[in-house]
Design a protein around this ligand. Sequence first.
Ligand code: SF4
Ligand code: SF4
Length: 110
Amino acid sequence: MDVYVEKQKCTGCEHCKDVCPVGVFVMKDSGAPDVNSDTAPAEWQWKGTEDPATFAKWKDVQDGHTHFKEKSVAVNGSACILCQACLIECEGECIVITDDTSTVYHSVYK
Ligand code: SF4
Ligand code: SF4
């Protein structure tokens, strides 16, 4: 299983880390030197610029979560059991999972 986060869309809400039963995700400060320590494709790595639409949608939301301070890093994608919990909790709709048959799953916030 490959698990990637499109980091420019990640709000830093931590929902993925909270719901994942196998510890796929860790949160890193967006300025941390190892924020791109996963194996996500280059276009999904953090380069310092938020996705404008995602930022506009979540920047003023007060839901008890800090937004746009941290990024989720999928450091343990091989442990994913495809429970799909993260796929419905992801504010930024930025988690992409590819299973062993090359089926691709995208997170959709519900
Ligand atoms: S689908 Fe995979 S990465 Fe997502 S919460 Fe479940 S085990 Fe974790
Ligand atoms: S749930 Fe989505 S938006 Fe929230 S921290 Fe995880 S990857 Fe980022």
